[in-house]
Design a binder for this molecule. Structure first.
Ligand code: ADP
Ligand code: MG
Length: 457
């Protein structure tokens, strides 16, 4: 803060030289101090909206250029009026530098304020998602509505979605942002149904400027909640309120969600996040290290590289591994070497090895996991004798896959599924084979699953 105060004074001194005296006096002389710094935005307070507008239209680029000659990390000026500053101070008197907390209470945003664009590390795997999110945060409701972010677990979808909310709030304390996990939405709706408090429910979801809905795939099979979400979606969209959605798969592959909803998810912009490269993972570790320790040089590069080389498909795991190494070496006062890191991560590495080789070694749990998570049921339901369609169909699909990909005997497949008779297995597999010939959607679904379960494309 102090540093920026000094920088602002330097910039003012320069302006005084470059600009006409009148212009300088009218426009800049009255801006004395830096109000706050949030997410690389340096806030200046203009005496009124006229001067704010003038600076924004004519001088902002030049000011930003001057600022970035003086600082290493990219920063930008943001101009607010005296009124806006006063309003902010009145609302969050204790937290000028991070007003999120006060706000979180006010609107119950559901946001975690540590998820910011600044600590999101950008690389090839997430660049498009990142730039789209920034654009949406900058002009909510205008550019891409909804913004649909998809990708595998642990790759930063929730983080990025929350950045949008946090950013919007930082720039306009009066915006109503609501972040909700899909589970929570379903639960809220169920509660409203029981208690007949639909008004309250609608108010919570419809009176917002930005709605962030995380992991939409969990709407699968929940018809009532889907209908309700549809209504909310329509309403918000109609009023140009921004909607951001995340999912573990593209909208076209959502299972058991009504098509009028999934088709709307594709109206705006769909972006995916992929697995980060080795170099990207190392950068992520460095960023996390900055947050975790006071000495970012504490862990040498070769150790970071070692950790990044092992944890290659999930940033959450990568982060967990780093924390473990930090804890292990600090607690026992060991040096940060690859040997010690390996020791710290022994258990994690073993579990990882086991799950990787599970398929190769004929442990078919992986197939069962993939199929059950695809259809949003538990593995134990998949293996059970429950007769409802919701379970029977995925069970038949699993059997089909075990035959197609691993060529197990009918008997062996029967044994996996709670000792089913081999004729049941044959019947199930035939059913699916039939479906594949008659139902194009099911065929596409199953073909994807076959590949996920190890069938060579
Ligand atoms: P998802 O919602 O896709 O399952 P999350 O957003 O929960 O993943 O991310 C998992 C963890 O990894 C979080 O702690 C998040 O901060 C971190 N993370 C993921 N991607 C990045 C990134 N590009 N830069 C920094 N941290 C990241
Ligand atoms: Mg998530």
């Amino acid at each position: 803060m102090e540093e920026f105060q000094k920088l602002w004074e330097q910039i003012k001194a320069k302006l005084q030289i470059i600009l006409d005296e009148d212009v300088y006096n009218e426009t800049f002389a009255g801006i004395t101090s830096v109000f706050k710094i949030v997410n690389n935005y340096v806030y200046l307070v203009a005496p009124n909206s006229f001067i704010k507008g003038k600076i924004e239209s004519f001088y902002l680029n030049r000011l930003n250029g001057m600022l970035n000659e003086l600082v290493q990390e990219k920063h930008m000026f943001k101009i607010i009026t005296k009124e806006q500053a006063a309003e902010e101070l009145a609302k969050a008197p204790y937290t000028v530098n991070s007003p999120e907390q006060g706000l979180a209470d006010k609107y119950k945003t559901g946001l975690n304020n540590s998820y910011t664009f600044e600590n999101f590390v950008v690389g090839a795997s997430n660049r498009l998602a990142y730039t789209s999110a920034i654009k949406v945060a900058d002009q909510p409701g205008v550019i891409s509505n909804p913004l649909y972010i998809f990708g595998e677990v642990g790759l930063g979808k929730t983080h990025l979605m929350q950045c949008v909310g946090n950013y919007i709030l930082e720039n306009d304390v009066n915006k109503k942002v609501l972040y909700v996990k899909t589970d929570q939405f379903i639960e809220d709706y169920a509660k409203a149904s029981v208690k007949k408090t639909f008004d309250e429910f609608s108010k919570k979801y419809e009176n917002v400027d930005i709605l962030l809905v995380d992991d939409i795939q969990f709407l699968a099979g929940k018809n009532q909640s889907q209908l309700e979400f549809f209504k909310i979606f329509e309403k918000l969209k109609e009023n140009n309120k921004q909607i951001v959605i995340t999912s573990d798969r593209p909208a076209t592959e959502l299972y058991d969600i009504m098509s009028r909803l999934t088709s709307r998810f594709s109206w705006g912009l769909s972006v995916d996040i992929n697995r980060p490269s080795l170099d990207h993972r190392i950068q992520i570790l460095k960023k996390k290290l900055q947050a975790e320790t006071s000495d970012p040089e504490l862990v040498p590069d070769n150790v970071l590289e070692y950790v990044a080389s092992i944890f290659d498909n999930n940033v959450r795991e990568l982060e967990g591994a780093l924390k473990r190494v930090l804890f292990y070496c600090t607690a026992f006062d060991y040096k940060f070497t690859t040997t010690n890191a390996e020791e710290a991560l022994k258990n994690l590495i073993n579990t990882k090895k086991i799950s990787n080789s599970a398929m190769a070694n004929g442990n078919f749990n992986a197939v069962l996991d993939i199929v059950s998570s695809y259809y949003h049921i538990t593995t134990s339901d998949l293996l059970s004798n429950k007769r409802t369609k919701q379970y029977v169909y995925p069970r038949q699909v699993s059997m089909y896959i075990l035959k197609e990909v691993y060529d197990l005997t009918y008997k062996k497949i029967g044994q996996i599924f709670n000792d089913k008779d081999h004729s049941t297995v044959i019947y199930s597999i035939e059913q699916i084979a039939n479906d594949m010939q008659t139902d194009k959607d099911k065929k596409t679904d199953i073909e994807k699953l076959l590949i996920k379960c190890g069938k060579k494309a």
